[in-house]
Ligand binder design. Sequence first.
Ligand code: HEM
Length: 416
Amino acid sequence: MLQVPRDKGLDSTLALIRDPYRFISNRCRRYRSDLFETRLLLRKTICMTGPEAARLFYDPSRFERRGAMPKAIQKTLLGVGGVQGLDGGAHHHRKQMFMSLMTPERIEQLAQLTAAEWQTRLRNWASMDEVVLYPELHMLLTRATCAWAGVPLADSEVDARTREIAALFDDAGSVGLRHLWSRWARKRADRWATDIVGQIRGGRIHPPEQSAACVIAWHRDLNGELLTPNIAAVELINVIRPTVAVSVYLIFVAHALHAHPKVREKLQADEDGYAGCFVQEIRRYYPFFPAVAARTRQAFEWDGYRFPEGRRVILDLYGTNQDPRTWERPEEFEPERFRQWDGSSFTFIPQGGGDHNVGHRCPGEWIAIELMKLAADFFTRRMTYDLPEQDLRIDWARLPALPRSRVVISNVREIG
Ligand code: HEM
């Protein structure tokens, strides 16, 4: 039996916070291994990287999610009682509820609502000296997502709700005051969504039957019961929050267009299939969700290593998308590489891997892809703008990582 390499030191939590995206892959390289053991928040944890590790991690007979996520993440980013912590039949049944929202027609409707909001904001941007894109995209996506999800949102509420939703993904991974703000925002957001579920069930509002709000409010669990109002609220936020979080990827779309002017020309020329390759390369190249966690169901052996029962295991998403065994010149931004990509669900895992229906892979991948294509279209063919002097370097210690300036644009003009 091989010995799993052990990281030096008592606990590596601080090292992870300092470099969340490269913590696992750097150490794996150092130990010449796809896995190593350490302590995170004082708990023994096996960290793994690469496609073979991903294949293992997404085997539901080996791993479960119950009790894997730290409480701090549940009380901010994810909420308590949602699909992320379920296993087996209960997970499968709840997951189908999310998958049912992801039909091409529903995604097209979200894209149309987002385009209409973008068009409206564009007129405002044209009258502003400078526009900081990141918060603007939060607001634009909050409006479009709520309209799509069947969630009423008065104009007077937009600013406050946008800030709360953004705090769930933008501040959850930080420490100190920003983290506390994220906890407070989670309480507010849960209360808001609970109230909406109550209004739907009480017949006071009637969102369309296909909308997320209606589907979730009337979803019945395996025992035939409606979800408790709190859990229905967490699941509704599980749709709204990550759709607004696509703003992070949209910022990287703007960043990549600036860093690679040739890419802009190709998008403008509308080369066949190029926009699809471009957005996939954004999801591979740029950092967003660093890693996911699970627990071993029982002890087993893998590749000569022993995994004890109940051990927390973390899979490196970002590092797997950069793995040189899969990706030639991973540090280069090359959209064309996706023309030859074999579609493996374990080599390219920005939103998790494996099978969407069976495991925990993100059900929102098609939404992210469509909204990124829409943003690329706006940035290259439906508006012109300048980038004034600013610091576009990516802050790697932040979660999620972002360009320091949050991308500032000026001289915005609508085309056509
Ligand atoms: C903004 C870009 C997004 C990123 C980077 C992202 C990333 C992820 C990741 C890494 C996971 C966990 C996979 C795992 O545990 O194995 C996940 C799960 C999930 N995502 Fe996303 N996601 C995004 C957008 C979306 C959207 C647009 C939606 C819904 C509209 C969504 C809904 C969910 C849900 C409900 C889960 C839990 C699935 C489960 O536990 O079975 N995500 N996402």
